[in-house]
Ligand binder design. Structure first.
Ligand code: ADP
Length: 349
């Protein structure tokens, strides 16, 4: 009997509700082998009593399939996510806060291209404009874009503890995978490696004291999102969508994933809500009010509606987020200011 055989058997056990297995998820904390007898310990964070029950039973079944197995013992160590949220470093498998960081807010979308990075960057700038200490971490290993939206191309340096010193732009501390890549290198990391990179990426950054750390997640519900929700004590998640049905369908999937792992949905931002022409007529290019209805359906606040705006796109391309403008000069900047205030109110409830 070897650890590899046990792990291979346990990799058939999916975390309930997800396509990923408990080994890839890093939930197998201990394997003890004595001849043909095996004892495994699984660590899970959940408030749902059905999850440990299911995992326990499926682990027993998986182990009993192994040829020549003797007696098996499965321990499932269950932690309550709420009890973990306030603390610093917790036991293995538990979520941890990042030292010095008061609130960690994820920005997610079901689908790419809906403006998630635009919302993350402008939310960070709008929060920084209130005098708060703000960091932004682009966790999209496959398509990092916030560095460009902040107009920064520098390579960050490391401190004496080997932590990366984030860059600073427009009053926000910035960390992005793109700082560690050259422009054309594709990031070919999948599964467990993506998980490890992300964990390292979040922990080995010298964030210092922050009121808010915004995490720009990749779109969808893949490995990186799961890693983050399982390892970092999030204050909650902001869901970005356009009013279009295809975006809403995927947004619902993202909401369902976050809800399953007990992450608070702070609310919905409807981006590209309409286009207003010079004469003041509004055209609902991607549909009318889909994000508003979705927020109602989910019983979560509508955090803001951001119109399609040429200046917003130009500012993003030029590295000067639109939220830097005064609210009187830009309706979108005003909308982001309001959105930021609503997010603050939600996390400070
Ligand atoms: P995501 O992070 O969801 O993939 P991005 O934030 O990168 O999306 O936005 C996709 C593209 O749409 C970018 O070129 C961005 O500048 C543009 N964009 C996003 N929101 C708006 C908006 N409200 N008005 C105009 N252009 C926008």
């Amino acid at each position: 009997m070897t650890e590899a055989i046990i792990k291979s058997a346990l990799s058939n056990v999916k975390y309930p509700g997800f396509s990923r297995d408990i080994v890839a998820f890093g939930l197998v904390k201990d394997i003890k082998i004595d001849g043909s007898d095996v004892e495994v310990t699984i660590s899970i964070q959940t408030k749902d009593p059905k999850i440990p029950e299911t995992v326990f039973k499926e682990c027993q079944d998986a182990l009993n399939q192994i040829d020549g197995i003797g007696t098996t013992r499965v321990n499932v160590d269950v932690k309550n996510p709420e009890a973990q949220a306030g603390g610093d470093q917790t036991a293995a498998g538990g979520k941890t806060s990042i030292p010095g960081v008061k609130q960690i807010i994820a920005v997610a979308s079901g689908k790419g291209g809906v403006g998630k990075s635009t919302v993350s960057t402008n939310l960070a700038v709008a929060l920084a404009k209130t005098g708060a200490k703000v960091g932004l971490c682009d966790c999209d290993l496959y398509g990092p874009s916030t560095a460009q939206m902040f107009g920064t191309k520098q390579q960050p340096l490391a401190n004496e503890r080997d932590e990366i010193i984030p860059l600073q732009a427009h009053g926000v501390k910035l960390m992005s995978m793109s700082f560690l890549l050259d422009d054309n290198s594709p990031v070919i990391v999948r599964g467990p490696l993506a998980t490890r990179y992300t964990q390292q990426f979040l922990r080995q950054v010298e964030w210092g004291e922050l009121d808010y750390l915004i995490l720009d997640l990749p779109p969808g519900t893949g490995d990186i999102q799961l890693t983050i929700v399982q390892t970092v004590a999030l204050s909650g998640v902001v869901i970005v969508t356009t009013p279009q049905e295809v975006a809403l369908i995927d947004a619902r999937k993202a909401v369902s994933m976050f809800a399953k792992v007990n992450v608070d949905i702070l609310g919905v931002v409807e981006n590209m809500a309409w286009f207003e022409c010079d004469h003041g007529t509004r055209y609902p290019i991607f549909g009318d009010g889909g994000g508003v209805l979705e927020a109602e359906r989910l019983k979560v606040p509508l955090l803001g509606q951001i119109p399609i705006d040429v200046a917003t796109r130009e500012c993003a391309d030029n590295g000067t987020p639109i939220a830097l403008l005064s609210e009187t000069d830009s309706a979108v900047s005003a909308a982001f200011k309001k959105t930021a205030a609503k997010v603050v109110a939600r996390v400070q409830r």
